[in-house]
Design a protein around this ligand. Structure first.
Ligand SMILES: [Zn+2]
Length: 96
């Protein structure tokens, strides 16, 4: 499973992908957990290896399939429900 630091990195990648529309915000039909086989995680972008659990699902609204590490799925489930316009982490900020 994740080192806490990796989970934080994964969370930031997932937040970014939600913001730019690369990940759906809507509900997903989640299918059973299975073993990874080298597929890319749609959450963190890292491959899912055989000794990691992966979970894939189908976005209800747009019928695209998405696949995640089991841990990334948990992160996405939380992040997708957070308000979009709340910029809690904005390192690019208003420093100009
Ligand atoms: Zn992942």
């Amino acid at each position: 499973m994740f080192h806490p630091m990796d989970a934080e990195v994964a969370r930031q990648v997932i937040q970014r992908r939600l913001q730019v529309g690369r990940l759906p915000h809507g509900r997903v039909l989640a299918l059973p957990v299975r073993r990874g086989g080298g597929e890319m995680c749609d959450g963190c972008g890292e491959p899912m290896t055989r000794n990691q659990k992966m979970l894939w699902g189908i976005a209800v609204r747009d019928w695209v399939s998405i696949q995640f590490h089991a841990d990334c799925f948990q992160i996405w489930e939380v992040e997708r429900l957070l308000p979009m316009n709340e910029t809690r982490f904005d390192p690019a900020g208003r420093h100009d």
